[in-house]
Design a protein around this ligand. Structure first.
Ligand SMILES: Cc1cc2nc3c(=O)[nH]c(=O)nc-3n(C[C@H](O)[C@H](O)[C@H](O)COP(=O)(O)OP(=O)(O)OC[C@H]3O[C@@H](n4cnc5c(N)ncnc54)[C@H](O)[C@@H]3O)c2cc1C
Length: 465
């Protein structure tokens, strides 16, 4: 098994020729810092709204080589977050975000189609399953909320037989099905977007980390080691790096990690378990298992239980963690015993930017000239299109339904400072692991793990879907 930081998707998508490093001074209407999905969608949508706008993207390394090119490729909606959003923002605002997140899936699909980007976009829906009795109805609140808010068709409860008809695993119990979801090849999408930005006349500079972002009353100035960009406004979309010392969301984010293993092609196994509809699947634990298939019949299996990064250490075990990978590999085989004797070909991982409310955050600052976005908490593939659209309106100073979405918040909820944040985060992770392992084994969790795993909710942080 090839265990690297960058993983299979980027390898499959093929090598890219680096864009040049920024040297000297440039003028722009909007400077976008960070070439992941969020920054690239923002740039794309700014240009769509105002074709004459001068847009410059500054990327520290290579666009799309962070989490945007390495994720599980679940292009999901946010209906499962409707109860959380309703509790925070009220009915109308929650529905506005959930509707925009649903439209984002269509937006990603039509971008691929209209731009000729073959990112394996496939609408197969999202299946959430229970794997232990305490999880048998975790979607009940989402089902009830969707019904109460007039969108009953966006989620259906499934019996164990209905679940088995979509995918038969000895670990699965009941489930819920959300039709508004697709899978895609994440690196093909990211690199396709990178190409189309450049073809649309957007300047993309790579190997150009922004070291400082200064705002004056009438401009912002982003400086890299060899150049600077002066612009009217700035979008900062640097994922987990927003938590670094001096970063725009350092008091707001936690950074954890997630890791994926990939099988060799096993189309016969998929036939045997009846998993041929292209559904993306998760279990219902807080430290989530997530899995999907590929067109050549592989299973990509990820685990969201990676370690907490101290501060924003995005390298090391946030990317390559053999211990976490071996746990993920063992669980994959428990779900699908028919994989006995089949090879795992690749493993990789990456950082996850987590917000205390488990929802993305856009934070305007510096007199409304700088807009920082992150905090997808492992669900950024679809929502980054929606956030990119909101950032486009904000950066162009347009006042419309996108610039009023409730995740735009100048004073988002804070997390404790380091090292308390890391110590507390690791303690909670360990407690959740013990509690959820006990639940899977039909045991009662030990009282200490049960208590500590409740701490996030007690201090107002949301975990789980
Ligand atoms: C293993 C894994 C599995 C996942 N699975 C899923 C999934 O199935 N579905 C889903 O919806 N989400 C998933 N996610 C989350 C998803 O990948 C992210 O939410 C999404 O990619 C975030 O995009 P982004 O553009 O905000 O950030 P990123 O992709 O992190 O991009 C930020 C970019 O900013 C650059 N940068 C950083 N600092 C600077 C600087 N100072 N100057 C210039 N550039 C800078 C970085 O190099 C990077 O390219 C997963 C993530 C991981 C790691």
């Amino acid at each position: 098994m090839k265990h690297t930081a960058h993983g299979y998707w980027l390898e499959e998508a093929g090598a890219v020729e680096l864009a040049p490093e920024l040297e000297g001074e440039r003028e722009a209407d909007v400077v976008v810092v960070g070439g992941g999905y969020t920054g690239m969608w923002a740039a794309w949508q700014i240009k769509a709204l105002e074709p004459e706008a001068r847009v410059v993207v500054l990327e520290a390394e290579t666009c799309g080589h962070g989490p945007s090119g390495r994720n599980g490729g679940f292009c999901n909606s946010m209906w499962f977050s409707l109860p959380n959003m309703r509790g925070r923002w009220g009915d109308r605002a929650a529905l506005a975000v959930a509707g925009a997140a649903r439209d984002a899936i269509a937006g990603v699909g039509s971008f691929c189609e209209s731009q000729g980007v073959d990112a394996w976009f496939k609408r197969g829906g999202y299946l959430q399953v229970s794997t232990a009795p305490p999880h048998d109805d975790v979607w009940g609140k989402a089902v009830a909320t969707c019904r109460e808010l007039g969108v009953p068709d966006v989620v259906q409860s499934l019996s164990p037989d209905d679940v088995a008809a979509r995918c038969a695993s000895p670990a699965f119990r009941a489930g819920a099905f959300y039709p508004d979801a697709a899978t895609l090849q994440p690196a093909r999408l990211a690199l396709g977007l990178r190409d189309r930005l450049r073809a649309a006349g957007i300047e993309v500079w790579e190997q150009s980390p922004v070291r400082s972002l200064r705002a004056t009353p009438d401009a912002v100035q982003a400086s890299t080691p060899a150049g600077l960009v002066r612009a009217d406004s700035a979008v900062v979309a640097i994922g987990g790096a927003a938590k670094t010392r001096g970063g725009p969301l350092r008091n707001t984010l936690s950074v954890t990690s997630s890791h994926i293993v990939l099988t060799e092609p096993v189309p016969d196994v998929l036939e045997e378990v009846g998993w041929t509809g292209g559904e993306c699947i998760t279990d219902s634990r807080a430290l989530i298992d997530y899995f999907r298939t590929t067109p050549d019949g592989r299973i990509a299996f990820g685990w969201g239980g990676g370690r907490i990064a101290m501060g924003a250490r995005l390298r090391g075990r946030a990317e390559v963690d053999p211990e976490v990978i071996s746990q993920a590999a063992a669980r994959l085989r428990e779900y699908f015993p028919a994989l006995e004797g089949r090879r795992l070909t690749h493993a990789w991982g990456g950082p996850i930017d987590v917000s205390p409310i488990h929802l993305p955050i856009v934070s305007p600052s510096r007199g409304g000239r700088v807009f920082a976005a992150a905090g997808y908490t492992g669900n950024g593939v679809g929502p980054s299109y929606m956030v990119g659209r909101a950032l486009a309106s904000l950066a162009l100073d347009r006042h419309d339904e996108h610039s009023r979405l409730p995740f735009i918040d100048p004073s988002p909820q804070r997390v404790p400072p380091e090292p308390f944040h890391w110590l507390g985060g690791e303690a909670i992770r360990a407690a959740l692991m013990h509690k959820e392992e006990a639940e899977l084994a039909a045991r009662s969790p030990d009282p200490l793990s049960a208590l500590v795993s409740k701490v996030p909710e007690l201090i107002g942080f949301h975990i789980g879907r």
